[in-house]
Design a protein around this ligand. Structure first.
Ligand code: PEP
Ligand code: MN
Length: 388
């Protein structure tokens, strides 16, 4: 079974119809509780080619038996199907599609497991430090400059966004710039500034980590790791962050599907860190009028598939201060677990992403509206304690 293209969200319905062909398997599939059903065992359905031969069929049976799977044949009027039961991890990786005579392999398995709603029905709620939490109705409101440029300016921006209501401070010390000649961030000096300002204002801080070799260093200063869009599929980095104990804000890659995003989250979870927060930040499109194309449907889409919190970053999604407020409000209305916005007190002097930054007063105005909307949506915005 091919992990990358076997997932079919419409399968739930059609799969159930197909399962009707197999009385024994039907029982297996329908008993969702481990008490009746060995939790490790799952079902996939092989659809045979219309012109398969009996020789191919026997070969398929032999292959399945060799792989240790049980099977049941169903010859329909139009199509012939084989239900295959086996241990989940083995079935996930079995190259069933490669066997002669097989047309398709349909699975009720999602390729992600720990991230799925089936694995955990209730929303995950994570403690971010400083009394702030995200998920299960608590909104994480991240704001701050794109890059940390100096302690004074960071404190000025942080004080303003905190006063507006932001409960997590952002700032990049390692910047993934498209050009190697652009400002790359202040590195450890920047991390120190971020930590100092976060402590002074009693705000958890989030900052990007780009390389597995930076993880240990960033871990000493941050409350949350950010994985940027460009690194969403840096699997070594994901695995490394799986070893840490700080929550990870995982941004969607610019050409990543929702499934790709959840698979990347799965890497972190499978490596031991259970605290992953997803972030929709727009994907590349044909339209150059905005920086990216904001996929707002991703929010309820992900929430249906996963228990992990998902927030929206309208700053990188649109790249336009005139569009950010309405998209931030749309994110709250769509049920997002938070909003991530870049704010700068002097965008024209900003060393990174200045053109998309909101001014502190624009952010404060927007925050009032987001607060009202959050109330209507039955959400709460945890408040930071007064500055130390
Ligand atoms: C950022 O948050 O500044 C950033 C670079 O974001 P993204 O990875 O979404 O482009
Ligand atoms: Mn930025």
């Amino acid at each position: 079974m091919d992990e990358t293209d076997s997932y079919n969200p419409t399968f739930k319905k059609s799969g159930r119809r197909l399962v009707g062909f197999f009385p024994v398997l039907r029982r297996l599939i329908d008993c969702r509780r481990p008490a009746n059903c060995p939790p490790e065992e799952v079902l996939v359905i092989i659809v045979l080619k219309p012109n398969y031969t009996e020789e191919q069929l026997n070969h398929i049976f032999r292959q399945l038996e060799e792989m240790g799977f049980r099977h049941e044949l169903s010859r329909g009027v139009k199509r012939t199907l084989i239900g295959v039961i086996g241990e989940e991890d083995q079935l996930r990786n079995a190259p069933l599609r490669a066997i002669a005579g097989v047309e398709d392999v349909m699975s009720i398995l999602k390729p992600f497991k720990l991230a799925s709603r089936e694995f955990q029905e209730e929303d995950s709620v994570f403690d971010l430090g400083f009394g702030i939490k995200v998920g299960g109705g608590s909104l994480m409101m991240i704001a701050g400059p794109c890059a940390i440029e100096g302690e004074e300016i960071l404190l000025e921006i942080a004080t303003a966004v905190k006063a507006a209501g932001a409960n997590v401070l952002r700032g990049g010390a390692f910047k993934p710039r498209t050009s190697p000649y652009s400002f790359q961030g202040l590195g450890e000096e920047g991390l120190k500034m971020l930590r100092a300002v976060g402590n002074e204002l009693n705000m958890p801080v989030v900052t990007e980590v780009m390389d597995p070799r930076q993880v240990e260093l960033v871990d000493r200063y941050t409350d949350l790791f950010q994985i940027g869009a460009r690194n969403m599929q840096n699997f070594n980095l994901l695995a490394e962050l799986g070893q840490t104990r700080h929550p990870v804000l995982l941004k969607r890659g610019m050409s990543a599907s929702v499934q790709d995003l959840l698979m990347s989250a799965e890497y972190i979870l499978a490596n031991g860190n259970k605290e992953v927060i997803l972030c929709e930040r727009g994907v590349r499109s044909f339209d150059s009028s905005t920086r990216n194309l904001l996929d707002m449907a991703c929010v309820p889409n992900v929430q249906g598939l996963s228990h992990l919190p998902i927030i929206v970053d309208p700053s990188h999604a649109t790249g336009r201060p005139d569009l950010i407020p309405s998209m931030a409000l749309a994110a709250v209305a769509a049920g997002a677990d938070g909003v991530h916005i870049e704010v700068h007190s002097c965008p024209e002097k900003s060393m990174s992403d200045g053109p998309q930054a909101l001014l502190p007063n624009q952010y404060a105005e927007l925050f009032k509206q987001m607060r009202e909307l959050a109330k209507i949506m039955g959400k709460t915005i945890p408040e930071t304690k007064p500055a130390a």
